[in-house]
Design a protein around this ligand. Structure first.
Ligand code: PEP
Length: 257
């Protein structure tokens, strides 16, 4: 049983993988592996077209459904985009905002990440806001400054009350999909810095209550050490979330506390 006050969140990011038929099978597999688990929230963030199929499987289970992006306007001429209300209407509880792949390939900026986070929160969704440095930025010694800035801008105009629906995912870009994981100490250090900046903006109580995840090649082998760190409150998991047994090992590690 966890002694931490914060809720731990293990979220799978399926990225652009799985047709609806495949997604249904994977969701069933995840359900079989994690049913009855207590002590952490389990989320699957699936491609938009898979949402209805996965919603059917996870309804009434401990698994919560999430999307991988949301637009910042409520409606209108934004071809190819989906609003927060649309995601809610099809059963999403969570949405990832500002993933580095969105920043890198789709020109997301700290400002649009903030707008998307606000739109999602104002519609009643929970957000997983991703921040993290590139390898070059780490080597230049600016990780802390960068992550502080990304976090502060992403949270602009987010109220202290809304922080109950915010998860921050520290995702060093050099560790995403590369098989190179941050060491547990590196993850702990930056997750702690994120908590510190949240404390500066919202005060100690909000900082202590906010879930800060690590993401970047977390897998069945390294999860236990990463999740044992006091400021690492869960994980955002890409590759390993596509294999139900591996994902379940990570969920298990998170329930140990
Ligand atoms: C991610 O997509 O957020 C991620 C961390 O991917 P991976 O686990 O594959 O590195």
């Amino acid at each position: 049983m966890s002694t931490k006050k914060r809720r731990k969140v293990i979220a799978g990011n399926w990225k652009m993988n799985m047709t609806p038929t495949e997604a249904k099978e994977l969701a069933k597999g995840v359900y079989e592996q994690v049913k009855g688990k207590k002590g952490c929230d389990v989320v699957v963030c699936v491609p938009f077209v898979d949402i209805p199929a996965v919603a059917q499987i996870v309804k009434g289970t401990i698994i919560k459904l999430g999307a991988q992006n949301v637009h910042f306007e409520e409606k209108g001429a934004y071809t190819g985009e989906l609003s927060a209300d649309m995601l809610k209407a099809v059963g999403c509880e969570y949405v990832i905002v500002g993933h580095s792949e969105r920043r890198q390939y789709f020109a997301e900026t700290d400002q649009t990440v903030n707008k998307r986070a606000l739109a999602a929160l104002n519609a009643g969704l929970k957000v997983i806001i991703c921040v993290g440095e590139s390898l070059q930025q780490r080597e230049e010694g600016v990780t802390e400054e960068l992550v502080r800035m990304q976090t502060k801008i992403a949270l602009r105009d987010v109220t202290a009350e809304q922080m109950a629906n915010v998860v921050i995912a520290y995702e060093p870009i050099w560790a995403i999909g590369t098989g190179k994981t941050a060491t547990a100490d590196q993850a702990e250090e930056v997750c702690g810095q994120i908590r510190k900046v949240i404390g500066e903006v919202y005060g100690e109580a909000v900082a202590e209550a906010t879930t800060v995840q690590y993401g970047g090649s977390m897998n069945a082998k390294n999860c236990e050490e990463l999740l044992s760190k006091k400021d690492v409150d869960g994980g955002l998991i890409g590759g390993a979330s596509l294999k139900a047994p591996d994902f379940a090992v990570i969920v298990n590690a998170a329930t140990k506390g």
